[in-house]
Design a protein around this ligand. Structure first.
Ligand SMILES: Cc1cc2nc3c(=O)[nH]c(=O)nc-3n(C[C@H](O)[C@H](O)[C@H](O)COP(=O)(O)OP(=O)(O)OC[C@H]3O[C@@H](n4cnc5c(N)ncnc54)[C@H](O)[C@@H]3O)c2cc1C
Length: 345
């Protein structure tokens, strides 16, 4: 065996919440040969597999039994056909670097997704999204290895079942596939998406200072500035970005909700469903900036749960449950966790 597999390996540096967690077995794979070797090892010992990218959307409990596999495949290929640029990107590439690479080449469509941490391979799992754009808007297909059979399957857009922060990989195909590469279609023509309220306001303010067109580069710069202002940097204060999804309400419930709270930020999804800003609900419960022990809701952004240092996963999850319960008792709305929880206490 050429692949290095460690035993009892700390995952503290492999999750942006900086939780103390230990993988029973651990390896990093750079290609399909490594990955097949890892799967053979796991099968020989009857180990469960947990896949991780950069760990920016997981809550890791103290013990992860089985084999933790970090996907570190690299490489970007592209082809241009008329106005379309099709990119095939390996799962271990960094998402935000990909956005910057595309912008440097004047390939447009993902500029609103700049500065989202994490790997390309994790992007389809929750259909990453920000500032009015989601991965699914540019997604074509992906290649994934079936963990059980080792076969590589190509999954089309339709088969991935994307929704708001959702895909089949979070539901019925959870832990079935390891994503190896994704294919996205960008454009040589700019088509800026700047309706998202926070973004359009920031662009308006900026226009008062400077003149000129709203280009994808300017959109990316503006979003980067907003994100730097609004989100705590995980390398300074450990976090996974939004800790809860924005709850989705049907039109009749949203009307009742708006009668009671006319100023609440509500965004239409598809005419029948509406997203309510979870951060607003948390803030209205008086929890923005609230700290208990080693954890708290960020004072910069109420939706971000932070580990001030040394929090255990148990303390963190108990705190998040108390936030959930307070929102439920005040608004009758049940918040759902955005990150995936792995392991046992
Ligand atoms: C400061 C901050 C801001 C953020 N902002 C946003 C935002 O604006 N929008 C947004 O959508 N998200 C946001 N996130 C969440 C996070 O960046 C994304 O969900 C990202 O895609 C996670 O990538 P990762 O490599 O860290 O995944 P991980 O946390 O390592 O894994 C996430 C999930 O994907 C699975 N997974 C990872 N790689 C693979 C693979 N190759 N094959 C199969 N399964 C895999 C894991 O098992 C896990 O279930 C933010 C996080 C932080 C810390």
């Amino acid at each position: 065996m050429t692949l290095k597999i460690s035993y009892n390996r700390s995952l503290m540096r492999n999750n942006t919440l900086a939780l103390q967690s230990t993988a029973e077995y651990f390896c990093e794979v750079k290609n399909t040969t490594d990955l097949r070797e890892a799967l053979t090892f796991a099968r020989s010992k009857n180990l469960a597999i947990t896949v991780l990218g950069a760990g920016s959307n997981v809550v890791l409990k103290s013990n992860l039994f089985g084999l933790v596999v970090i996907i570190n495949f690299k490489g970007i290929r592209h082809s241009i056909d008329g106005n379309d640029v099709v990119l095939s990107v390996a799962a271990g590439e960094n998402w935000s670097s990909l956005v910057k690479y595309a912008l440097r080449n004047n390939w447009y469509g993902i500029e609103n997704l700049v500065q989202i941490p994490g790997s390309v391979g994790a992007a389809p799992i929750q259909n990453i999204g920000a500032y009015g754009v989601e991965l699914s808007d540019v997604f074509v297909s992906l290649d994934a290895m079936d963990i059980r059979t080792g076969e590589i399957n190509s999954l089309s857009h339709e088969l991935c079942g994307f929704g708001y922060r959702d895909s089949i990989f979070k539901r019925k195909r959870k832990k079935k596939y390891i994503i190896l590469e994704i294919k996205i279609k960008l454009s040589l023509t700019a088509n800026v998406q700047c309706d998202y309220p926070l973004l359009s306001e920031a662009l308006k303010m900026d226009s008062q200072k400077s003149t000129g067109l709203i280009t994808p580069h300017r959109v990316a710069r503006t979003i980067s500035d907003i994100r730097r202002r609004k989100l705590p940097d995980p390398s300074i204060i450990a976090n996974v970005g939004s800790f809860f999804k924005n709850p989705v309400l049907k039109s009749d419930s949203v009307s009742r909700f708006l009668e009671c709270y006319p100023l609440a930020p509500v965004f239409e999804i598809n005419g029948a469903e509406y997203k309510v800003a979870a951060g607003w609900l948390i803030e209205k419960c008086g929890l923005k900036g609230f700290r208990s022990g080693n954890v708290g809701m960020s004072s910069e952004q109420a939706l971000v749960l932070v580990n001030y240092g040394n929090a255990s996963s148990r303390e963190l999850l108990q705190f998040s449950e108390s936030v959930r319960q307070q929102v439920l008792s005040v608004f009758g709305i049940s918040l759902e966790l955005e990150p995936t929880v792995y392991g046992s206490f």
